[in-house]
Design a protein around this ligand. Structure first.
Ligand code: TYD
Length: 216
């Protein structure tokens, strides 16, 4: 019986303005060139729960931090197990799966608003939430991010936003520290020319895929 090779599960994380969308698109193209099949996805998902999350993120409804954390766990579980195009199904079918955000975002955003350990444990202890093979964290300082997003906002607005971005970035590092060496997290300097960042990411991912396939 011929065994189908499982794909690689890669997650992109970063603060706003880090360039995830661009880098995900470039990686997808590169993996296609290498003859691989790629499935790109994102959180919140298109599920009913994803809709509830978007309403809350957009200010249409109000939710507490614990409600948000729990809804993200529900959405993420669905993201993993849904039988049509869930992460598990796509990996088993041999696709490399690239997700724009995952549980590191819950630890960074919800973890800063409610009990960090609870958020971490709910995600890591859920048997239906898979651990990624690789997390790429696109790192840049809030100042660098703000310079990219918009250089022309009112001073106080920039300040408020800067504070928030700084807090979220700090929480991401807290999450990576809490995960220790159980997870493969690559911190990539995202304040460089797009092509240069892409080359570094492509190198990391292709090395990882090679190593994984040698072990399969
Ligand atoms: P989105 O519009 O996709 O933003 P971005 O392009 O920056 O990824 O919205 C995702 C938002 O959801 C973003 O502000 C971070 C937030 N989020 C959480 O707070 N917790 C989570 O677990 C996830 C996955 C996202």
């Amino acid at each position: 019986m011929s065994e189908k090779k499982q794909g690689c599960f890669i997650v992109f994380e970063g603060i706003d303005g880090a360039g995830k969308t661009t880098q995900i698109r470039l990686l997808e193209e590169r993996l296609h060139q290498e003859g691989r099949r790629v499935y790109t996805t994102a959180e919140p998902t298109e599920s009913v729960t994803g809709g509830l999350l978007r309403d809350a993120l957009g200010g249409v409804s109000r939710r507490s931090a614990c409600e948000m954390a729990a809804l993200f766990v529900l959405d993420r579980t669905f993201h993993n197990v849904n039988p049509v195009n869930g992460i598990q199904k796509m990996l088993a079918d041999g696709y490399d799966v690239i997700s724009d955000r995952y549980y590191y975002s819950s630890m960074a955003y919800q973890g800063s608003e409610t009990d960090f350990d609870w958020v971490r444990d709910m995600n890591l202890n859920c048997p239906e939430i898979r651990r990624p093979d690789l997390c790429i964290f696109l790192d840049l300082t809030p100042e660098e991010s703000m310079a990219r997003i918009d250089g022309s906002r009112a001073t106080h607005e920039i300040y408020e936003n800067r504070e928030r971005l700084e807090a979220v970035r700090k929480q991401f590092f807290r999450a990576f520290e809490a995960l220790g060496d159980k997870e493969q997290v690559c911190i990539v300097n995202a304040y460089r020319p797009i092509e240069q960042i892409h080359e570094e990411i492509a190198g990391l991912v292709l090395d990882h895929i090679k190593a994984k396939e040698e072990n399969q």
